[in-house]
Design a binder for this molecule. Structure first.
Ligand SMILES: *Cc1c(COP(=O)(O)O)cnc(C)c1O
Length: 486
């Protein structure tokens, strides 16, 4: 097995005098600005950079890219992350020069086409979610959560309702929910899950009250189950004077069938880099638009993109706005991709997406149930959670199962989340996978379960075929080696 150390870093390939680039001749007069800088800021020695040829550089990065794994390499059932196929037509359209060369500081009358794309995307998302107004400003899901909560806060403050300091979050919620509540200055209060995997209504009635600013909810929840009492929950929270926040990162379970606006939600965020096929990974760029009811519309971040008879323009005259949440107007490129996706699918196509996402998840769940424990035995939506507790009794942990999947070329599901399921494996196949791919994954998962009984060490010591075997994950997180020091 190759060791990570055998792989030369680019500095080790360096030979003095080699170059991999040539700069064009200067076509403006040379200017010496050094007298404008303080001495301490003026570099006196050469930067310590690798000196290599173009060919070496290309080979180095190509070799690195082959070690990478993504949706274009294979099945990636990472629950809650919605790692679905990113159609290449989205990439083509986002690279149109009219879009990719536009500058955010251009006069709006010179970028009417780009503004129309943004406006039409807002309108489509309003229709899909059933909300009054959508803004494209937030850069990701968590950023949308924070923006929405800041608006709810501004709403309560406007009504002199300043005692509302708590956000109710289910114990199965995505980790960003309590985090966003805290960053927005609220206290996150937990509501329990009942034996059916849904929010415990009695517990909700217990925690809701005059301090409740909002309930944050994902529906279907992170167990992949639809909160069927949502209308009753909305009534409980609204009667107490709170608002309902919808975490719509994974709308591909219900899109085209049910709308958060119709379920009683006041604020919704969407992850365009999940449901609407934007690529994600490497930290972005993402897009986390939020949609709100008419009542909350005055608090939207400004500027708000709008139009009159002649043109699209940005409205800055928003006295109740929470202000800007991002420089410029959102991550435009990812919004163009989402727009292209929505237009290529059409309303019926988006509906079909939900059908296939749910069908694929249920097929996988019922087949994996042959060997793995299923804590909540009900039909699921786009994802489901199984438990490795039977295998744990044989000395094989969920982490071992995840590592063993790497030997077969599969990215593992999300593990040890949600926290309320022992040895959790959270599986989200997405709508874009074929039955053949799902069957291959099922065969491998059943084989691993069999190995756990017959030859557990094979699973416990996995992976066996990857470039490096098990990482010391604590060391990697605590003491990351991020640069090469000569
Ligand atoms: C991914 C996800 C988020 C956070 O989205 P980011 O874009 O990663 O910030 C929030 N909630 C749920 C349910 C998610 O799956």
């Amino acid at each position: 097995m190759a060791n990570q150390k055998d792989f030369p870093v680019i500095f080790e390939l360096s030979k003095p005098g080699r170059t991999g680039y040539s700069l064009p001749d200067l076509d403006v007069p040379e200017v010496d600005l050094s007298h404008e800088l303080e001495d301490e800021y003026i570099r006196t020695d050469e930067p310590d950079l690798p000196e290599i040829s173009e060919l070496q550089l290309i080979r180095h990065y190509t070799a690195l890219s082959k070690r990478n794994y993504g949706v274009d390499s294979g099945f990636y059932p990472l629950g809650s992350c919605t790692m679905k196929y990113n159609p290449k037509i989205n990439e083509d359209v986002s690279r149109f020069e009219g879009f990719s060369h536009a500058h955010p500081l251009q006069e709006t009358n010179t970028v009417q086409g780009s503004l129309q794309i943004m406006y039409d995307l807002q309108t489509s998302l309003e229709e899909i979610t059933g909300m009054n107004t959508v803004t494209l400003q937030p850069a990701a899901g968590a950023h949308g959560e924070w923006t929405g909560l800041m608006m709810i806060r501004a709403f309560h403050e406007k009504n002199d309702d300043t005692e509302r300091t708590e956000i109710i979050v289910p114990d199965s919620a995505h980790g960003t929910n309590p985090a966003s509540a805290t960053v927005a200055g609220f206290k996150a209060v937990t509501v329990k899950t009942d034996e059916n995997g849904l929010v415990d209504l009695l517990d909700l009635k217990r925690v809701v009250g005059p301090k409740t600013a909002a309930l944050m909810l994902t529906n279907p929840n992170t167990l992949g189950l639809f909160e069927e009492h949502i209308l009753e929950m909305a009534q409980i929270v609204h009667e107490a004077g709170g608002k309902l926040y919808y975490d719509g990162a994974n709308l591909n379970a219900i899109m085209g069938y049910v709308r958060p606006g119709d379920m009683g939600f006041d604020v919704v965020h969407l992850n365009l880099h999940k449901t609407f096929t934007g690529p994600h990974g490497g930290g972005g760029p993402g897009s986390g638009p939020i949609g709100v009811t008419q009542e909350l519309t005055p608090f939207l971040p400004k500027p708000v993109l709008t139009k009159d008879v002649n043109q699209y323009f940005f409205d800055y005259n928003r006295p109740d706005s929470i202000g800007r949440v991002k420089p410029y107007y959102g991550n435009f490129g990812i919004n163009v991709r989402a727009y292209t996706y929505i237009r290529t699918m059409g309303p019926d196509g988006l509906k079909q997406v939900s059908e296939y996402a749910v069908l694929n998840a249920n097929y996988l769940m019922r087949r994996l149930q042959e060997e793995y424990a299923l804590p909540f035995d009900q039909h699921c939506k786009h994802e489901f959670v199984i438990s490795g507790k039977n295998q744990k009794k044989l000395g094989v942990r969920t982490l071992d199962i995840a590592k063993r999947l790497l030997d077969y070329g599969f990215h593992p599901p999300t593990i040890y989340f949600p926290l309320n399921v022992e040895e959790a494996l959270m599986v989200e196949p997405t709508e874009t996978e074929s039955k053949e791919t799902l069957d291959e994954f099922i065969d491998v998962m059943l084989e691993i379960a069999q190995d756990a009984e017959e030859q557990p060490e094979v699973v416990q010591e996995a992976p066996h075929t990857t470039v490096i075997s098990r990482l010391d994950e604590t060391m990697a997180a605590r003491k990351p080696v991020l640069r090469y020091i000569k």
